[in-house]
Design a protein around this ligand. Structure first.
Ligand SMILES: NC(=O)c1ccc[n+]([C@@H]2O[C@H](COP(=O)([O-])OP(=O)(O)OC[C@H]3O[C@@H](n4cnc5c(N)ncnc54)[C@H](O)[C@@H]3O)[C@@H](O)[C@H]2O)c1
Length: 316
């Protein structure tokens, strides 16, 4: 198949593109190198991809590029591109979230509808749930985002539903729950914890460390995407992609210290607006609809991420 991956220079998109090439597909990847984090990290994510047969990279911004030409002959679209992160989505920062997450998705859906694409897989987020009344959350729970970021991820998910209902576009939204593993974005907790332990630099802990998260390994998220590309599901399907665990952040700090072999120095900060107290999902629908189950436990996943951090250090 010919596959289109947006956000291909990112943490998840780059590893998804590699998996799709491994499966024998041709991949066209797009990324705008938005400045949320260092371009060097994104170039490194792309390094192995660039020379692989069957891969073509296009530097373009989904907000203004001519998408019709890019989608010619494409069978499946994986839309990973977005402005991620909760903390910058307040105040003036919201304009970027609005344009990268909502407008860009609408433009891509519109172009996809014209292009006779078989499947549109959208990278949604557990942030659409906000603080739920009970856990684990299931896909039919009323989404009530707790941050402007979550609002934009939900708006784009609803756009998928609108194009599915009105145009028959075969959309699948995968709600990822806190993804970790090699290439994790530098703003994310595991990344900063591991770097903090390796360099003995303070990790800024927002709140008291009692937050609970359903951490999901990147390889498992990639596999859910591959399955969602061809699964026999109805247009407008929404599926949680979560390991199903409930890990307290304080315990992650200990697990990282164990894996690295040195403690993580902590610098205490106040709770941040937009951070939910807990995420935790049911993956029953993913098992039933996609035939997907998480395969990587937290200890193995952390070990893989620590190995990646060590591998990119100058002494290696
Ligand atoms: N990482 C997580 O834990 C997590 C959790 C839930 C949902 N998600 C979603 O998964 C997707 C991938 O996240 P990630 O962690 O890999 O982020 P990432 O920032 O590493 O990757 C996103 C990529 O999209 C690109 N991009 C952004 N706006 C663009 C635009 N307008 N045009 C072209 N390219 C653009 C960026 O340059 C970046 O390389 C996002 O949609 C995110 O909202 C991630």
């Amino acid at each position: 198949m010919r596959i289109f991956v947006t956000g291909v220079a990112g943490f998840i998109g780059s590893q998804l593109a590699e998996a799709l090439l491994d499966e024998g597909h041709d991949v066209v990847g797009v990324d705008a190198f938005t400045p949320y984090y260092d371009r060097d990290a994104k170039d490194a994510n792309l390094a192995d991809l660039r020379d692989r047969p069957g891969f073509r990279f296009i530097e373009a911004d989904l907000r203004d590029t001519d998408l019709d030409a890019l989608l010619d002959g494409v069978d499946v679209v994986y839309h990973q591109a977005a402005q991620p992160g909760v903390r910058l989505s307040w105040s003036d920062g919201f304009a970027t979230y609005d344009s990268c997450n909502v407008l860009a998705t609408q433009r891509l859906l519109e172009a996809t509808r014209q292009a006779a694409v078989d499947r549109f897989v959208y990278a949604s987020s557990s942030s659409v749930y906000g603080n739920a009344d009970s856990y684990p959350v299931i896909e039919t729970d009323l989404p009530r985002p707790h941050s402007p970021y979550g609002v934009t991820k939900l708006a784009a998910e609803h756009l998928c539903g609108v194009y599915a209902a009105n145009c028959g576009l075969s959309t699948v939204a995968l709600r990822y729950f806190t993804v970790y593993g090699p290439r994790q974005r530098p703003d994310m907790a595991f990344h900063r914890l591991i770097e903090g332990a390796l360099d003995q630099q303070a990790f800024p802990l927002y709140g008291d460390g009692s937050h609970i998260r359903d951490f999901t390994y990147v390889g498992d998220v990639v596999r859910a995407n591959v399955l969602a590309g061809t699964a026999d599901v109805a247009p407008g399907t929404v599926v949680n992609v979560c390991a199903g665990g409930s890990t307290v952040l304080r315990n992650v700090i200990d697990a990282v210290a164990n894996a690295v072999g040195s403690p993580v120095p902590i610098e205490q900060h106040a709770e941040q607006p937009g951070d939910v107290q807990r995420t935790g999902g049911s993956n029953d629908a993913a098992q039933r609809l996609l035939g997907w189950k998480p395969q990587t436990n937290l200890a193995d996943g952390i070990a893989a991420q620590v190995a990646w951090h060590r591998s990119r250090r100058p002494s290696n």
